[in-house]
Write a protein that binds this ligand. Structure first.
Ligand code: GCV
Length: 711
């Protein structure tokens, strides 16, 4: 084995030496995915190809300790020789990846001992992939699960894909290369992700036809040795659409029989199938309400069918109706009264905030408000509202902010440390993965896939720790010289400032949903679509008028504050105690109201208008600072990666300017106040910005050329 290690060390130096060619396809990993079908064999093969210390040993614990989450492991390293202990093979594999990570990141791998346990039992990626290969809100190419290969699409003489092939579902199921799925499973296992949903929550009933299930089985067989469980997003009306029934009423016996038989068919093909993810009665999707039944009746019907096989239902709480006076209250109003009515193999999957993955949201008040019901969080890795794959946005700070809130304020038991009697716990995120060479649209966006996995495994890791680990493994082979160390520090600085920069240049002080119609790229506070749903319009959220700005969700308004725990509700409800980060989320604030706030290192007391101007300016300044940070990487990382991110940061900075000018010039038509002296005058003309229509679909990122042509 030693010889093997030496050879592989040379090989990996060749592949990963400083400034080696790197298209991002390798992610944060080294070597190739072992093809073994046993999990333990994979662990051995990974160590054989990537571990450079003493020969590792595996120590199997005979029985798993009570309350010890599956996949837990401990590592002892003495004089460079490691032993991994675990009760399970998957624990051995996680241990192997952990060892390699320690070595890659320059940690102590000579003498150490520690135990690792996952924070959540189910650590799941939701893919919004359509069966025709497009990805809803995907900015990294086409699906890796469905109709992947480009030659399946017709192209015109210029090589452009036929629009119809992008938009129309095809009848025949096809899945892409199974090798690519193995790479996918390996990357997930390396960070502890143990489950995935390969199809969109806006689900096609077709995925449950036998034809498609046979394809899903092939996927499940490839990813299983890497500890990945397969789930499916289902369409609640499937019994009608593909089952020929006249109803999908969950209390109807024929409907129940249909689901029972379908679940049996699935488990025959995929014995370790995880269960269903369901978007019901939301944005036009069918659901139990269509038949006069509750979410609980719908979820329980599916849960009963899955129960004998150990399957679960993840039922989404993302609901809102066009007639709501306040969309932010809807999920709570529909779900909270159902507390205690869901079976124990149902988990309610709740977006972190009550609206929709905005750059900053208050946490969803549903967390902690249903003590008799299992709950899990849903995050969004794909940057639907964060500049798609053009902007560099490291999201760990957003997710840890949420985790802190639900721990400190909601006292919500969703992880293994807080959950009573170790009830089943889970956490999910909407993936940013497609078939682009870098998997995620650009190399920096991989850090969010990585960060989700690491936080799902250990939700006490800090954004800084995760950024450090990721950057060392992905961008730098060796940080021992001063220039490389400086570049690493700059990448981390860029990553850690990126989220707050985005909040500042897009929607500071609690503003939300000021995005362009449909595709959600760029600002459109002035959006006006005659006859459109009011809650899809930016004006519904900003409520700008001559008096001020912001949505009054206090007790004098929609009283969304009343959905939070009493102490916190009191803080939010008072315009003078509400945190400035959420001020315009909860209050309609007069333009001249003096507020205390912070931007960057500065604490200021000034009018709302001046504060707003300073945040937009600060966001733009931060985008420029991120560009400067990146310049320190030149010559220290792969040249193509450097140039690609440099180009994206240029777009990001121009977009930040667009956001600042578009929002401030528009809100100025209400405030009628000048910019403070230290805020740069606009470089755009409001009328020209109002006229911008990018004309892109919901599954593409605008190109630089397109953006340059409209501004
Ligand atoms: C999958 C938002 C997005 C939709 C998405 C939906 C959801 O509305 O814009 O694309 O649909 O959330 O989470 O179900």
């Amino acid at each position: 084995m030693k010889k093997h290690f030496a050879l592989l060390t040379c090989l990996s130096l060749f592949v990963f030496g400083k400034m080696s060619a790197h298209d991002g396809s390798q992610l944060w990993l080294q070597g190739t995915a072992p093809t073994a079908t046993s999990t333990l064999e994979i662990a051995k093969a990974e160590l054989a190809q990537n571990w450079k210390g003493g020969e590792p040993e595996f120590g199997f614990a005979k029985i798993r300790k009570k309350d010890e989450p599956v996949g837990s492991f401990s590592i002892f390293i003495k004089a460079g020789k490691p032993t991994i202990f675990s009760a399970t093979e998957i624990g051995m594999l996680y241990g192997a990846y952990h060892l390699i990570r320690l070595q890659q990141t320059g940690a102590n791998v000579t003498d150490t001992a520690f135990v690792e346990k996952p924070s959540y039992d189910i650590r799941i990626l939701n893919h919004w992939d359509n069966l025709n290969g497009t990805i809803e809100r995907g900015y990294a190419g086409r699906s890796i699960f469905w109709r992947n290969s480009a030659d399946q699409m017709r192209r015109n003489a210029d090589g452009e894909v036929n629009e119809e092939d992008l938009l129309q579902p095809k009848d025949a199921p096809e899945i892409p290369s199974l090798d690519h799925l193995r790479d996918y499973a390996r990357a997930n296992a390396s960070i502890g992700i143990n489950a995935y949903v390969p199809d969109n929550v806006n689900a096609s009933p077709k995925v449950l036809t036998t034809e498609y299930l046979l394809e899903v089985k092939k996927m499940a067989d490839v990813v299983r040795p890497y500890g990945m469980k397969t789930y499916l997003a289902i369409n609640f009306a499937s019994p009608m659409v593909i089952g020929g029934l006249s109803t999908a009423d969950p209390l109807n016996k024929d409907v129940q029989r249909w689901w029972t038989a379908k679940v049996k068919e699935i488990y025959k093909l995929i014995p370790d199938f995880g269960g269903f993810l369901v978007k019901a009665n939301s944005e036009g999707q069918p659901g139990p309400n269509d038949f006069g039944r509750t979410h609980a009746e719908g979820a329980n019907m599916l849960a009963k069918a899955l129960k004998p096989f150990g399957g679960i239902v993840m039922w989404r709480a993302f609901v809102y109706s066009p007639s709501d006076p306040d969309r932010a209250k809807q999920a709570y109003l529909e779900f909270q009264p159902l507390d205690g009515q869901f079976l124990d193999n149902v988990i309610i999957q709740i977006k972190n905030g009550p609206i929709d993955f905005q750059p900053r949201e208050a946490y969803s008040a549903l967390f902690g408000a249903m003590p008799q019901t299992r709950q899990m969080a849903e995050w969004q890795i794909t940057q639907e509202y964060l500049g798609h794959s053009n902007h560099i946005a490291y999201l760990a700070p957003m997710w840890t902010e949420f985790l802190q809130q639900i721990k400190d304020i909601a006292h919500c038991p969703i992880n293994n440390a807080t959950s009573p009697a170790r009830a089943l716990t889970a956490i999910s995120a909407v993936s940013n993965i497609g078939n682009s060479p870098s998997w995620c649209g650009n190399v920096m966006a991989q850090s969010n896939w990585y960060a989700f996995g690491r936080l799902a495994w250990n939700d006490e890791l800090t954004p800084c720790q995760i950024a450090d680990e990721w950057a060392r493994q992905t961008l730098f082979a060796d940080c021992s010289d001063a220039a490389a160390a400086k570049a690493l520090a700059s990448v981390k600085s860029l990553m850690l400032r990126s989220r707050e920069a985005i909040v500042d240049y897009m929607m500071p002080l609690g503003l939300h949903h000021q995005f362009a119609w449909g595709h959600h790229y760029g600002p459109e506070p002035y959006c006006d679509i005659p006859g459109a749903r009011p809650d899809w319009m930016p004006s519904y959220y900003a409520k700008a008028d001559r008096e001020g700005l912001g949505f009054n969700r206090s007790s004098t308004g929609s009283n969304a504050t009343g959905q939070y725990p009493a102490d916190y509700a009191r803080v939010l409800d008072d315009i003078d105690t509400c945190p400035y980060e959420l001020l315009l989320w909860f209050h309609h604030v007069p333009w001249g109201k003096i507020i205390q706030h912070r931007y960057g290192d500065r604490v200021a007391r000034e009018s709302l208008w001046d504060a707003l101007c300073h945040h937009y300016q600060h966001g733009l300044d931060e985008a420029r600072a991120m560009q400067r940070d990146w310049e320190h990487c030149q010559g220290q990382i792969d040249a193509d990666t450097f140039a690609d991110i440099q180009r994206r940061l240029r777009i990001q900075t121009r977009d930040a300017q667009w956001w600042k000018d578009g929002c401030l010039l528009y809100f100025q038509t209400f405030s009628c106040l000048p910019f403070p002296d230290d805020v740069e005058p606009a470089v755009h003309d409001l009328d020209k910005l109002r006229a911008i229509k990018l004309g892109i679909t919901n599954f593409e990122c605008p190109s630089q050329e397109l953006l340059d042509s409209v501004r």
